[in-house]
Design a protein around this ligand. Structure first.
Ligand SMILES: Nc1nc2c(ncn2[C@@H]2O[C@H](COP(=O)(O)OP(=O)(O)OP(=O)(O)O)[C@@H](O)[C@H]2O)c(=O)[nH]1
Ligand SMILES: [Mg+2]
Length: 327
């Protein structure tokens, strides 16, 4: 592992951690081998953090909130890493703008680490890299890992599948449709925060909080002993941000006392394994010369409507299995 200095990574050296994340983000196969070696080396040092997912529409104030929230946690003696997933980066190659400027003190604090979303990858690719980046942050000693994502698509589900707690941020005055929050997203929330409850928006925030509370009552509870709290805060003025932290701690204690914490993690790891297995199978079939001719023939038959796609898929996978057993 010539490229990554493990001792420096373990000592939370931001450059070593940054370099390690760059390595796992690389899609070059030589880098992939090194990344797998690195992950295997640190695996036993991972898992001890609290992983928090934060989502909400663009401009709801996620980064501003994380700046205040992160500083509060650091004051309590924690070390905070922030990773971002930007679904638009897979389309336009960009990444959430101004992450570091919205988190000015965290960006330079020795107990914090901020990493913007990798660009140019598919959402699935970004998710894999973020999962691995979480592990690296943990090995580097960060005991709180926050994953920020813009709530505009599938990314919320991906984030909830890789974190222990999912925090949904809303704007005041959302009304009935709750600001276009897609169906199913509310069900994922463990804590709901109404941000910008300041100035003229204070009253609207109150109304929104009670609307959301009602909406939540209609949903099936995720955990019988956890009623999803709805908190109004002002990230900009750092008001009630500490209350969110209190709820986070309460949630963690409850989940741990019920063994649900470890169960959720174990299920996430197993799901991740299967998802990766699926990716690898697909990648192998698509990129290996060995199958090129057969893939091509099957595609032609599917295109011509002579073969059902399901049957063709079955044949492709059977071919892979046979090759493996021949070796
Ligand atoms: N009044 C008020 N404005 C806020 C508050 N929190 C954030 N803002 C403002 O809202 C704007 C967007 O804030 P960001 O923190 O960048 O929002 P974001 O959700 O991270 O945005 P994206 O990363 O682009 O999805 C900025 O102009 C903030 O200053 C708040 O509590 N009250
Ligand atoms: Mg942001």
């Amino acid at each position: 592992m010539s490229v990554i200095d493990l001792d420096r990574l373990r000592a939370a050296d931001p450059r070593a951690l940054g370099r390690a994340i760059t390595l796992i983000e690389s899609s070059k196969s030589a880098h992939r081998d090194q990344a797998e070696e690195l992950l295997s080396a640190i695996m036993e040092e991972t898992g001890h953090s609290l992983r928090i997912g934060i989502t909400g529409v663009p401009g709801v104030g996620k980064s501003t909130f994380i700046e205040a929230f992160g500083n509060h946690m650091i004051e309590q003696g924690h070390k905070v890493a922030v990773l971002t997933i930007d679904p638009s980066s897979s389309i336009n190659g960009g990444s959430i703008l101004g992450d570091k400027t919205r988190m000015p003190t965290l960006a330079i604090h020795p107990s914090a680490f901020i990493r913007p979303s990798p660009s140019g990858a598919t959402l699935g690719g970004v998710a894999r890299r973020t999962r691995e980046a979480i592990l690296l942050c943990e090995a580097a000693g960060f005991d709180i890992v926050i994953v920020e994502t813009v709530g505009v698509g599938q990314s919320e589900t991906l984030v909830s599948e890789m974190t222990d707690l999912f925090l949904l941020m809303l704007l005041p005055g959302g009304g009935d449709d709750l600001q276009g929050i897609k169906r199913g997203i509310m069900e994922l929330a463990d804590i709901v925060v109404i941000n910008k409850a300041d100035g003229d928006l204070q009253r609207a925030a109150k109304v929104s909080a009670s609307d959301v509370q009602h909406a939540l009552q209609l949903l099936k509870q995720k955990f019988t002993r956890w009623r999803v709290p709805v908190l109004s805060v002002s990230a900009l003025h750092n008001e009630s941000v500490d209350q969110v932290w209190d709820q986070v701690c309460r949630y963690q204690r409850l989940m741990q006392s019920d063994d649900l914490f470890d169960t959720r993690r174990q299920n996430q790891s197993i799901d991740w394994m299967w998802r990766e297995a699926g990716e690898i199978v697909m990648q192998t079939l698509r990129s290996s010369d060995q199958f090129a001719e057969e893939c091509d023939q099957l595609q032609q038959q599917v295109k011509a409507g002579k073969l059902a796609p399901t049957v063709a898929a079955g044949r492709l996978v059977a071919r892979l299995v046979n090759v493996d057993s021949d070796n």
